[in-house]
Ligand binder design. Sequence first.
Ligand code: NAP
Length: 315
Amino acid sequence: MTAKKIITVFGATGAQGGGLARSILADPGGPFAVRAVTRNAGSDAAKALASAGAQVVAADVDDAASVTRALDGAYGAFFVTFFWAHFSPEKELAEARIMAEAARKAGVEHAVWSTLEDSRRFIPLSDDRMPTLMGKYKVPHFDAKGEADQFFRDAGVPTTFLLTSFYWDNLIHFGMHPQRGEDGVLGFVLPMGDRKLPSIAAEDIGRCTHGLFKRHDLVGKTVGIAGEHLSGAEMAAALGRALGETVRHLAVTPGQYRGFGFPGADDLGNMFQFNHDFSDEFRAARSIEFSRSLNPGLQDFETWLSRNAARIPRS
Ligand SMILES: NC(=O)c1ccc[n+]([C@@H]2O[C@H](COP(=O)([O-])OP(=O)(O)OC[C@H]3O[C@@H](n4cnc5c(N)ncnc54)[C@H](OP(=O)(O)O)[C@@H]3O)[C@@H](O)[C@H]2O)c1
C-alpha cells in the first residue's frame, strides 16, 4: 500500500479548514491523509476530527516553531488566517509570513493559501470614494491577505492562491441574518445595489480546496471559487421561500453600512463597495463552473438553504 500524502490543515476546527478536513476524511480511498491543526486538542471539534481519522496536532499560527513542527513530513498544507479573531491586518501579515517561511523549510510540495484581492491594486489610497482605514488599507481583511501572496512567492513555496467568497454561513454565525423591521417584515441588508455578489457555502470552500490538492498543475496560479453569484434581491427572495415569509432586500449604501458602528462595519462597508464598484473583475475571478469541476457536489444558495434555513436566526 502506498503511504498517503499528509495535508496539514490550519483552521481545521473552523469553517474553511473544517470543510477541507471533513472532505478528505470522507474519501478514505483517496491519496491524502489529514493532519488537523488546533490550539486545543481537547475541544469537541478536535476530538470529532480525531475520531473521524485525522491526526490532530497542536500549533498556534503566532508561534513559528509550532507551525514548522505541524508541517514536518507534510506533502501539502492549507493556510488560512483569522482576521475576525483580532481585527489586525498586521497580525495577518505576520502570520502569513510565518506560514510561508515554515512551508519553505518543510519542503511542502503544494500549499493552498486562502487569500483575497488586495483592494489597493484597484483603488489607490489616494482615491477618496471610500475612506482609508487603519492608515494604509481600504479593505483591511482583504488587503493583508492579498499583500501576503508575495511572501509565498518570495519563499519559493509551490502555492495555489485561492480567492474565496462571502460565506452563506454568515447568515447563521456572523450577524447577517434577516432582521424584523418596525412593520414586522424581515429585511436582509446587502449594500450591493443590484450587483451580484459571488458567495458560497463555507463547507464548499473546503471541498473545492480538496479538489485543488489533486491539481498540482494549478501551483503558481490564482484561482477563485463561488457557489453562485447573487444580488441582494435574489438572496432575499430565496430566503423568503426557504423561511416561508416575505424577506425584503434592504439596499443600504456602503456609507450607511460603515455607519452601523459595530466592530468591523467600516471594513465590511468598504468591502461591499469594492465588490460593487469592481463587480465585473470580482465575478470574473470566481467561476462557478471551475468551482464545480473541483467539487462536483457544489451547492447553490437554494440547496444550501434547504439544508440550513432552520439554523438562520430571525430577530
Ligand atoms: N466570513 C466570510 O464570508 C469570509 C469569506 C472569505 C474569507 N473569510 C476569511 O476567513 C478567515 C477565517 O477562516 P474561517 O472562517 O475558516 O475561520 P473560523 O471558522 O473562525 O475558524 C478558525 C479556527 O482556526 C483556529 N485558530 C484561530 N486562531 C488560531 C491561531 N492563532 N492558531 C491556530 N489556529 C487558530 C481555531 O481553532 P482552535 O480554537 O481549535 O485552535 C478556529 O476553530 C478570515 O480571515 C476571513 O477574513 C471569511
